[in-house]
Design a protein around this ligand. Structure first.
Ligand code: AMP
Length: 421
C-alpha cells in the first residue's frame, strides 16, 4: 500500500465493481439518448459566481459545501457542485437556444463535488447523470423527463423506488405563499440558524428533518393552496400525462428540494432501502434560472440522478446486473514461438470485434490458466511447440471443460461463429 489514501469522503472505483458503475451510467443515459437528448460536457470548475447566482446564495450547497478557490491568476473558481447551472451556461454561451430548435435537450455524466459530512451514500466526490430540456414550457416535457428516469431505473431492475411530486408555483403565486409561510414560521419556537433561514429561504424550513421542527410544522400553510390557476392547470397536466403513461407518483406537498432555482414542477426519486440518504435523484422546472445568470427568458426543466446511490439501491434490492464478461477469449502461449503466433491471433480477434486477452509475463501453464479463469473468458486458446509443429492450437471451452485441436488458420473464424451462437 502506498502512503497515500483517497481523500476523506471519496472512494475509488475499481474492477470488478467499477463495471457496475459504468453500466448504471449507461442505463441512465440510454433512454435520454433515445429521446432526442444530445451529449454535453462542461468543465469540472466554473466561476464561483455562476453557482452563487445560479444555485442560490442561501443554499447549503453554496454557503457550506462548495469547493471554492482562487487561482494563481486571481480567478475565483469553484469545483462544480451540480450540473444545471453549468449546462445552461454552456448552452447560452454556445447560442444553442438561438438555433430555432427549442427545447434544447441535453444530457451529461460526470463528477460533482460537495464538502459534506461523509456518510454512506453521501460523499464529497460523487457522480451524476443528468438531463436538461431548455427553452420550453410544456407539461409534456416535465412528464417526459420523469418518465425517462423511471424507465432508466426500471431497466436496471429497480422496484423499491418512489417518485415524489410537487409544484413550487411561479413568480406570481410563490411570493404570496412565501410571505404567508414566513408569518407562520415566525410564530414558532426555532433556533437562531433556522430563524435566519425564514428570512432568506423559508421553504427550506419545511424540509427540516428534525422531529422537533416537523412537529411544529403541522398546520403550516401549504403551497398547493396558494397555487395560481396557471400553475394549478400546469401541474394537473403533468400529473395526467404521468398517469396516462402508467408512471406511479406520490403527491408530496412538502417537497421543496435544496436549490433555489426551482419553479412549478419539482420531483424526487427516493429509494426505500437506503436509510437516511434516500434520494437517488431529483429535479424540476427552473423557469427563472436563465435570467438569473444573465440570459434571456428560457423556461426549462431537468433532473440529475446520483450514480453512487443508484448502485447502492441495486445492492439494497440484491440486484446483480447481468454484465457480459469483459473477455471472451484468453490466449495462453507456452514458449516463444507460441507467444508470437497467439499474440497475432489475439490482435486479429480484437480487430474482428471479439474481446480477447493474452497471458503476459511468460507464465507457466498453471499460472496462465488461473488468469484465464479469472478473466471470465468463455474460451481459452492454448498452444505449445508441439501444437504449432502440427499447425494447431488447443481450444478449451471453459464452460463445458471440453478441449479440441483447431487449425491455427481457423481460430478466428471458428471463434467468431461459436461466440455468435
Ligand atoms: P441534488 O442536486 O442535491 O438534488 O442531487 C441529485 C442527486 O445526486 C441526489 O439525489 C443524489 O443521488 C446525488 N447526490 C447529491 N449529493 C450527493 C453526495 N454528496 N454524495 C452522493 N450522491 C449525491
Amino acid at each position: 500500500m502506498s502512503t497515500f489514501k483517497a481523500p476523506k469522503g471519496t472512494y475509488d472505483l475499481l474492477p470488478p465493481d467499477s463495471a457496475t458503475y459504468l453500466a448504471v451510467r449507461d442505463a441512465i443515459a440510454a433512454p435520454l439518448r433515445n429521446s432526442g437528448y444530445g451529449y454535453v460536457e462542461t468543465p469540472g470548475f466554473e466561476n464561483v459566481e455562476l453557482f452563487a447566482r445560479g444555485v442560490g446564495e442561501s443554499t447549503d450547497i453554496v454557503t457550506k459545501e462548495m469547493y471554492a478557490f482562487e487561482t494563481k491568476g486571481g480567478d475565483r473558481l469553484a469545483l462544480r457542485p451540480e450540473g444545471t447551472a453549468s449546462v445552461l451556461r454552456a448552452a447560452l454561451e454556445g447560442s444553442l437556444h438561438k438555433a430555432g430548435n427549442l427545447p434544447v435537450k441535453l444530457w451529461y455524466s460526470g463528477s460533482y463535488y460537495r464538502y459534506e459530512r461523509p456518510q454512506k451514500g453521501r460523499y464529497r466526490h460523487f457522480s451524476q447523470v443528468g438531463a436538461e430540456a431548455i427553452g420550453a414550457e410544456d407539461p409534456a416535457l416535465d412528464a417526459e423527463l420523469i418518465i425517462l428516469a423511471d424507465q432508466a431505473y426500471r431497466s436496471l431492475g429497480l422496484k423499491e423506488f418512489r417518485i415524489l411530486l410537487n409544484s413550487l408555483g411561479d413568480k406570481e403565486c410563490r411570493p404570496v405563499y412565501r410571505a404567508a409561510l414566513q408569518d407562520f414560521l415566525r410564530g414558532l419556537d426555532l433556533d437562531e440558524d433556522t430563524r435566519r433561514r425564514i428570512d432568506i429561504n423559508p421553504l427550506r424550513v419545511l424540509d427540516d428533518k428534525r422531529a422537533e421542527v416537523q412537529k411544529q410544522l403541522v398546520g403550516a400553510p401549504m403551497l398547493r393552496d396558494y397555487l395560481c390557476d396557471a400553475c394549478k392547470e400546469y401541474h394537473e397536466q403533468v400529473r395526467a400525462i404521468l398517469t396516462a403513461a402508467g408512471v406511479a407518483y406520490e403527491d408530496d406537498p412538502k417537497l421543496v428540494r435544496g436549490l433555489d432555482y426551482y419553479t412549478r414542477t419539482t420531483f424526487e426519486f427516493v429509494h426505500d432501502g437506503l436509510g437516511s440518504q434516500s434520494a437517488v435523484g431529483g429535479g424540476g422546472r427552473y423557469d427563472g434560472l436563465s435570467e438569473m445568470i444573465g440570459g434571456p427568458a428560457l423556461p426549462s426543466v431537468g433532473w440529475a440522478l446520483g450514480v453512487d446511490r443508484t448502485v447502492l439501491a441495486l445492492e439494497a434490492e440484491g440486484i446483480t446486473l447481468d454484465l457480459p464478461a469483459a473477455t471472451s477469449v484468453f490466449a495462453v502461449p507456452l514458449g516463444e514461438e507460441a507467444r508470437r503466433v497467439l499474440f497475432a491471433k489475439v490482435t486479429e480477434l480484437r480487430r474482428a470485434g471479439i474481446a480477447a486477452d493474452f497471458s503476459y509475463g511468460g507464465k507457466g501453464l498453471k499460472g496462465a490458466m488461473k488468469n484465464a479463469n479469472r478473466s471470465g473468458a468463455r474460451y481459452t486458446v492454448v498452444a505449445g511447440e508441439r501444437d504449432l509443429a502440427e499447425g494447431v492450437v488447443q481450444l478449451k471451452d471453459m464452460e463445458s471443460g471440453e478441449q479440441e485441436a483447431l487449425a491455427v488458420d481457423e481460430v478466428v473464424t471458428v471463434l467468431k461463429g461459436r461466440l455468435a451462437e
